[in-house]
Design a protein around this ligand. Structure first.
Ligand SMILES: *Cc1c(COP(=O)(O)O)cnc(C)c1O
Length: 392
């Protein structure tokens, strides 16, 4: 292979340049302009949601959701340990306390452990769930790598204990249920809040950007208001609440409108490429291609190989470096958030699967532009490297 194969790069095959040029020509480059509204409306239509607010990043979408959920200093928010740290940092921005709940085999929050934590470790007074005297206000559920979390179970538990559900769908734009209670529902439109990201490596990108939706359209209006410094009067500078500078710019939105036009095609390619990898990894025991939840159609944003640790003792770093030398970019799944410095000493609940997968998951190239030849090459190289390592 003469070309280095990247992990996940943006794809600008559509109207990106045209729309960005147009935004510049109109002089609307900042936090006002028609592309922002167009992107919001386009996303709402795609997601079958009533109202979507575009913002600066996935992180700001999550932060505004926590603010709107009423998460205050000292409150408890239930969070995942095995995901990108941006899903949890906003809990700290609110001076709230995260409690880390284990994941299941989809890498998403394990509803069985979530339920057990609420039942066994907390007190329910009929109004409020309390953990060591603090109010448990919300749960952040991340749809990891495009996989849908078990939302039926999560929503049952949240309903019973009056927890606000914040879906971090930053990796799962386009993932939906095809069966069951939420048939036809998209990731991010089931809980109280749904957060999306348009960072460079996500399925669509605006350079940096995000969006938030809610089952209550008025809530989304309020989030939009907070994202523009909470200015209450069009002519006077009057502010009755603390606002944020979290609004998306029109330049970003111009990119976003073009990317939304291509989203169905990007999803189609990700799904088709996953199927190709699946054939190539069939029966390969040293590294198994992880499946996505049945009863859902995933956007298949990232592909995960689970390494057989009974045979392969090499560190992830060694594996990644060896594959880099073969001309491809791969990456290790995240380090556990509860083990990162700012989270030392925080409460964890029965973490078993999270550390298990943290030590085993390797993500392999998944860009929408990847060719069939490259997929075959990646699979061959990964397999022969793991065989070599297993044979010492
Ligand atoms: C990308 C990502 C975010 C943050 O999105 P930004 O737009 O980079 O702020 C949050 N959570 C998860 C799981 C992500 O992958």
């Amino acid at each position: 292979m003469d070309k280095f194969i990247p992990l996940s790069i943006p794809n600008f095959e559509g109207n990106e340049r045209k729309y960005v040029d147009d935004a510049i020509d109109q002089g609307w480059v900042s936090t006002g302009g028609a592309y922002i509204t167009r992107l919001e409306q386009g996303m709402a239509k795609f997601l079958h949601a009533d109202n979507v607010a575009a913002c600066q990043s996935g992180t700001s979408a999550i932060h505004l959701s926590l603010v709107e959920a009423g998460v205050k200093p000292g409150d408890v928010v239930l969070v995942p340990p095995l995901t990108f740290i941006a899903a949890v940092n906003p809990v700290k921005y609110q001076f709230a306390t995260p409690v880390f709940i284990d994941c299941d085999d989809s890498f998403c929050m394990d509803p069985v452990k979530l339920k057990r934590f609420c039942e066994d470790e907390c007190e329910w007074n009929g109004q409020e769930l309390k953990y060591k005297g603090a109010s448990v206000k919300a749960v952040v559920v991340v749809h990891v790598f495009g996989n849908m979390a078990d939302m039926e179970s999560v929503m049952d538990i949240a309903g019973r204990f009056k927890l606000k559900v914040i879906e971090d769908a930053t990796e799962a734009l386009g993932t939906k249920y095809t069966e069951g209670r939420y048939k036809g529902k998209y990731a991010g439109t089931i809980g109280d809040f749904g957060c999306y990201s348009f960072n460079g490596n996500k399925i669509i990108t605006t350079g940096g950007g995000g969006a938030v939706t809610s089952n209550n359209p008025k809530t989304v209006d309020h989030i939009r208001f907070l994202s523009t410094q909470a200015k209450t009067d069009p002519h006077y500078y009057i502010h009755d609440e603390i606002g944020y500078n979290y609004r998306m710019t029109n330049l970003q939105a111009a990119l976003g409108v073009a990317q939304m036009e291509e989203l169905p095609e990007f999803i189609r390619r990700k799904q088709a490429n996953y199927d190709k990898y699946k054939k190539l990894f069939e029966g390969f025991e040293l590294g198994k291609l992880m499946p996505f939840r049945t009863g859902t159609e995933s956007n298949k944003w990232f592909y995960s190989i689970c390494i057989d640790r009974s045979k392969i003792k090499n560190s992830m770093r060694e594996i990644i470096v060896a594959l880099h030398d073969k001309g491809m970019e791969t990456r290790a799944i995240w380090g556990l958030i509860n083990e990162q410095k700012p989270y030392e000493g925080e409460v964890t609940y029965k973490l078993e699967k999270a550390p298990y997968y943290a030590d085993r998951i390797l993500n392999i190239p998944s860009s929408t532009q990847i060719t069939e030849e490259e997929i075959v090459y990646v699979a061959d190289q990964v397999k022969s490297l793991l065989e070599e390592m297993a044979n010492g």
